[in-house]
Design a protein around this ligand. Structure first.
Ligand SMILES: Cc1cc2nc3c(=O)[nH]c(=O)nc-3n(C[C@H](O)[C@H](O)[C@H](O)COP(=O)(O)OP(=O)(O)OC[C@H]3O[C@@H](n4cnc5c(N)ncnc54)[C@H](O)[C@@H]3O)c2cc1C
Length: 445
């Protein structure tokens, strides 16, 4: 066992070094030094900004015609990245207006570093502390860098403005139906919401940013993704709850994931969970709300892809190429089922691949990180109550320091530190991995 542990640690160490390196590179893209100081936040690698921006200059300045299907977070950010490098970008969004339903999200500060200050207007709160509850126990983790609470509808508006300013054309009420190829390019069939007419649009490159159940992916022959339901209720914050603190509950009999309560303002927060089955998820949330005397003011829900392994994001056809980004590509951390930051990082990778014709450095780094999340999820997915209790008991001063320093967008670094500083965590994880080889139960409902 000792030998295997050492071997795993050294493999992780190698991977970690390169993941961190990639992570640092990504962090500085798209943020000018001036913009960063306006944002009032320090970049992880401010010294390398100029070098990094230079490395992103496309080898072939793009005059490509790119059609992006889906005008949400990943699609709008991809549009911005490509349009500002000269590509002729059109975004086709099925909804008639750019006012997606509200959704409260929590992200690491890496969001700002990735998309730049344009996203700042979408921030509604900052989280400086996590409280973890399980079976009467509680552990507190203070964050070195605050997490950001973001309103998704505002974020999409900010990103749309940024994409438009870069020259992208955003067409609302345009639903993608299917795709054909001709000798020169890809031909997309798009339905106009206002009169139901079908338009045929030509493009050399198509980017599917159309969410978990991507029609672009289906049309181009990608396999269907597994998904899980995420459901949250907006509630008034319980009396005495700190507005800078997110609460997390591990209750394995309700969910193999967790419940959260994220304050979005001094008076309201989002209380939710990730489930496996839609009906059951609603049932346990209702029970939880009742038990904690919380009244739901509104519900927010959708199915989000479950990352069970990397899928190549590009398909090459004789007359063009097709890429996937965001939820359509399954770029979601399977530990927390968060897809915003990883979706943006996938967008950076796809933009890099399109502009520099086949450079996949960023996508490879993202794959490594998503794979580490998968490893962690597999290790904890079948934890019983006793395992969570033990886990919380193992949070000593050093472990707490590791959790405070690394974010969930640096999973390899966090895992390595935790394993080195508290080997019992490593043993727990290994034992659970070996006991539950097919740990990630996936059901589609
Ligand atoms: C309740 C809840 C809470 C969440 N909390 C978090 C969180 O705290 N942190 C986090 O990181 N993530 C969170 N997520 C996940 C996160 O919201 C998603 O990963 C992210 O929004 C995905 O963005 P996207 O741009 O890839 O896809 P989507 O937001 O799904 O957008 C897809 C877009 O494509 C459009 N579209 C679809 N089909 C077509 C078509 N045929 N033609 C044209 N347009 C089309 C849609 O109208 C939509 O605008 C949460 C999800 C839920 C449901």
């Amino acid at each position: 066992m000792a030998k295997r542990s050492v071997c795993l640690i050294s493999t992780l160490q190698d991977r970690t070094a390169s993941v961190i390196l990639q992570h640092l590179r990504i962090s500085s893209f798209n943020v000018s030094p001036g913009a960063r100081s306006r944002a009032g936040r320090r970049s992880v690698c401010s010294d390398s900004v100029a070098q990094e921006v230079k490395s992103l200059e496309p080898k072939h300045y793009s005059s490509r015609e790119v059609a992006i299907i889906g005008g949400s977070a990943a699609g709008m950010f991809t549009a911005h990245l490509l349009a500002r490098r000269g590509a002729r970008v059109q975004v086709f969004e099925g909804a008639g207006q750019l006012d997606p339903r509200p959704r409260t999200l929590i992200v690491t500060a890496q969001m700002l570093e990735t998309v730049g200050p344009a996203s700042q207007q979408a921030i509604t709160n900052e989280i400086r502390r996590f409280e973890l509850f399980t079976d009467g126990r509680v552990a507190e983790i203070a964050l070195r860098r605050p997490d950001l609470v973001v309103e998704r509808s505002k974020l999409i508006s900010c990103l749309a403005n940024q994409a438009r300013a870069a020259g992208a054309q955003i067409l609302l009420g345009r639903r993608f139906l299917g795709m054909q190829t001709n000798a020169r390019q890809l031909e997309l069939s798009v339905e106009r919401k206002e009169d139901g007419r079908i338009e045929v649009v030509g493009a050399q490159t198509v980017v599917g940013a159309d969410g978990a159940v991507s029609r672009v992916a289906q049309a181009a022959g990608w396999p269907k993704q597994s998904t899980v339901p995420l459901l949250q209720a907006i509630v008034r914050l319980p009396r005495g709850m700190r507005v800078d603190t997110t609460r997390v509950w591990f209750i394995p009999e309700d969910t193999p994931y967790f419940y959260w309560l994220i304050p979005q303002s001094p008076v309201q927060g989002a209380l939710g969970l990730i489930g496996e089955n839609g009906v059951q998820t609603r049932r346990v949330l209702d029970r939880f709300l009742e038990k904690h005397h919380l009244e739901p003011l509104e519900f927010q829900a959708a199915r989000i892809p479950l990352y069970t392994g990397w899928i190549p994001v590009r398909r090459k056809l004789p007359s063009g190429e097709i890429y996937l980004v965001g939820d359509a590509a399954g770029h979601v951390k399977v530990t927390t089922v968060g897809g915003i930051v990883t979706g943006f990082r996938g967008a950076l990778g796809v933009a890099e691949a399109i502009l520099n014709r086949g450079t996949y450095r960023r996508l490879k780094a993202l794959k490594r990180e998503l794979d580490v999340h998968l490893l962690i999820r597999k290790a904890i997915h079948n934890f019983k109550q006793a395992d969570y209790s033990k886990l919380v008991d193992l949070i000593n001063a050093t472990v707490r320091q590791d959790l405070e320093t690394c974010t969930r967008d640096e999973p390899a670094k966090m895992l390595l530190r935790l394993c080195l500083h508290e080997p019992r965590l490593l043993l727990m994880g290994l034992r659970s991995l070996l006991a539950n080889r097919s740990a990630l139960r996936v059901r589609d409902h």
